[in-house]
Structures are given as structure tokens and as C-alpha cells.
Design a protein around this ligand. Structure first.
Ligand code: NAP
Ligand code: GLV
Length: 308
């Protein structure tokens, strides 16, 4: 029985140390050093190697090293092979920090003040109470719910949207496409924390942005292919959207001449809102290996039907 890791090698070295300490009985290999392929039972990867199921004929469990799994082509993974994503406590905590930072930055007009500082302009904007600010989150999954829990402490008016109906204390919950538009009309700061699927690709388009009230703002931390860049630029340039914090784009990285780099109303980060943390990720991986061996339900099992 062996484990192969194929992702960021720096964090891989940390995984190797943690495996050696916590599960010395499982030989750990960092791609491209795979040991004897027929010994490999577990594979953790950011992107799957082409033909991995032939290369590792005895693989029993595949992990996405991220919380998202859209970087796998699930149609190429044998249907009976379980795929598990790592929405582990470290990546959750990082997203809570980033989304909170971004919502507070937009709530307190930081993009406008950064622009004013560059211009040498001293001009105060009205400070609005958090209780008057409506924050809506697209996606009420592991990350969306953790962010909502943190934002609740500031007293924002909160809403969340999901595919199936949720109940969440202090949050107005909307479900399904038909309820999306009502939520958007009552949202000042929209946060996208949706997984990328065929249903959510290009979801942040002109129609959606125009359904927000004039002056609303956007935090995009889902996946790049959910956002129509030109629609956001048009909405910013017309003043319909006041500002945006963008962490994910398609493509990544953005080309050097892309307008997001220099737009005064966009705060841009290079897909670093959150990252899996080796310590907690390895704990979740080892717990799932234990569950798999015991025939128990896996934590973070990806649904092939839903694609997330
Ligand atoms: P999750 O637990 O699977 O939750 C996904 C949520 O989205 C669920 O509430 C789901 O609804 C909802 N959803 C999915 N498809 C929908 C649709 N068509 N219409 C309405 N709602 C829909 O995922 P998570 O762990 O919260 O992670 C979310 C995403 O964050 C990841 O997939 C990844 O893309 C992104 N992410 C980004 C970073 C970064 O650094 N920028 C880091 C980590 C993750 P139901 O509850 O009804 O199923
Ligand atoms: C990062 O984007 C992740 O999916 O964990």
C-alpha cells in the first residue's frame, strides 16, 4: 500500500514529513517519484495525470488537494473510484479570513480610498452601519457557511443561495434559480463561493450583475470561469457595480495587458484567497483512509452527478 502526492512540491515535502510521523506504515511518494505503480492505493493531486487509472491499476481512493474539484475531468475517472475533496479546517479558516477581509474592505470603501490616496485626494465617504449592509453569498457549502458564521458577528444583514434549501440562523436562505433574482435585488455585497460546474460556469454575467442594486459590489472567490470579465468591466465603468475584489480569473494568470490589473475599482489577488494547510489536510486524508478501510462514509466525497 502506497500514497502518491502530485501537487505543489513545497507543501508536498510537508505532507511527507507529516505522513512519516503520523502514518509511517504508508510509503509516501511525491510525483514524479511514484515507487512501484501497482503498490499505489491512494492518489492526491491538484490535477490528475493523464491515464492515471492505467498507470495505477490498484488505486482505491483519489483526493483533490484543493477544496474544489473542477480541475479534475471527472468523466475520465472510473465511476466506481471514490473522489474526495479537501475542505479541511485550514482551507476553511483561510477563506473565512479572506472573504471577511474583502467584505469589510468593500463595506468600508477601501477601493475608493486607495484610488483617492493615489490622487492625493482627502475626501470622506459616509460610514454605513453593518446592520444596514446586505451581504449575500452564492454557495452555502462548507466555505459559504463558515464565512456567513463569521460575518454574522459584525451584524450584517445576511443572505445565502444554494441549489437545495438550507436553514441557517440569522441568514435569509434562497434556493434554486427561481429564487436567485430576489436575493440579488436585496444584496449590496455579493460573494461568489460556488463550485465550478456546468450550471455555474459564466454565472456572474451581465444579467446577474444588473440584477444587483446600483452601487453594489462583488467578491469573487469561486472559480475564474464563473465570471464574465467584460460584463464586470462594463458594470464597473458604468458605475452600476462600484467595486470588486477578484481572486480567481480565467485564465490564470491574467495576460499582462488585461484591464483587471490596473482597474482602480478592482482589488486583484492571484488565487490565494485560501490554500489547504498540510497539517489539517493530512489529518483529513488519513481519517478518510481509515474510513475507507473500515467501509465507513467518506468526508468530502464528491458527487459525480452534481460535479461538486
Ligand atoms: P461545497 O461544500 O460543495 O458547497 C457548494 C455550495 O454551492 C453548496 O451550498 C451548493 O448547494 C451550492 N451550489 C452548487 N451548485 C449550485 C447551483 N447550480 N445553484 C445554486 N447553488 C449551487 O463547496 P465549498 O467547500 O463551500 O467550496 C466552494 C468552492 O470554493 C470550491 O468548489 C472552489 O471552487 C472554491 N474555492 C476557492 C478557493 C480560493 O482560494 N479562491 C479556495 C477554496 C475553494 P447545495 O448546498 O444545495 O448542494
Ligand atoms: C483552491 O482553490 C481550492 O480549491 O482549494
Amino acid at each position: 500500500m502506497a500514497f502518491v502526492y502530485k501537487a505543489d512540491p513545497v507543501r508536498g515535502a510537508e505532507w511527507a514529513r507529516l505522513f512519516a510521523a503520523k502514518a509511517p506504515e504508508i510509503p509516501f511518494h511525491i510525483w514524479p517519484d511514484i515507487g512501484l505503480p501497482e503498490r499505489v492505493r491512494y492518489l492526491a493531486a491538484w490535477t490528475l495525470p493523464e491515464g492515471f487509472e492505467r498507470q495505477f491499476p490498484n488505486v482505491e481512493l483519489v483526493f483533490s488537494t484543493g477544496a474544489g474539484v473542477d480541475q479534475f475531468d471527472l468523466s475520465k475517472v472510473p465511476p466506481a473510484l471514490p473522489v474526495v475533496r479537501l475542505a479541511e479546517p485550514g482551507v476553511v479558516a483561510g477563506m473565512v479570513e479572506y472573504a471577511t477581509m474583502a467584505v469589510l474592505a468593500l463595506h468600508r470603501d477601501l477601493p475608493a480610498y486607495i484610488e483617492q490616496q493615489r490622487q492625493g485626494k482627502w475626501a470622506a465617504h459616509r460610514v454605513h452601519a453593518a446592520a444596514k449592509r446586505r451581504v449575500g453569498i452564492l454557495g452555502m457549502g462548507v466555505l459559504g457557511r463558515a464565512v456567513l458564521t463569521q460575518l454574522r458577528g459584525f451584524g450584517f444583514q445576511l443572505a445565502g443561495w444554494s441549489r437545495t434549501r438550507h436553514e441557517f440562523e440569522g441568514v435569509t436562505c434562497y434556493a434554486g434559480e427561481s429564487e436567485l433574482w430576489g436575493m440579488l435585488a436585496a444584496t449590496d455585497i455579493l460573494v461568489c463561493l460556488l463550485p465550478l460546474t456546468s450550471e455555474t460556469r459564466d454565472i456572474l454575467d451581465a444579467k446577474l450583475l444588473n440584477a444587483l442594486p446600483r452601487g453594489a459590489s462583488l467578491v469573487h472567490v469561486g472559480r475564474g470561469a464563473q465570471l464574465d470579465h467584460q460584463a464586470l468591466l462594463d458594470a464597473l465603468d458604468s458605475g452600476w457595480i462600484s467595486s470588486a475584489v477578484v481572486d480567481v480569473t480565467a485564465p490564470e494568470p491574467l495576460p499582462a495587458n488585461h484591464r483587471f490589473w490596473s482597474h482602480p475599482r478592482i482589488l486583484l489577488t492571484p488565487h490565494t484567497a485560501s490554500m489547504t494547510q498540510p497539517e489539517t489536510a493530512v489529518d483529513l486524508v488519513l481519517e478518510n483512509i481509515r474510513r475507507h478501510q473500515a467501509g465507513e462514509p467518506l468526508a468530502g466525497l464528491v458527487s459525480r452527478d452534481k460535479g461538486y
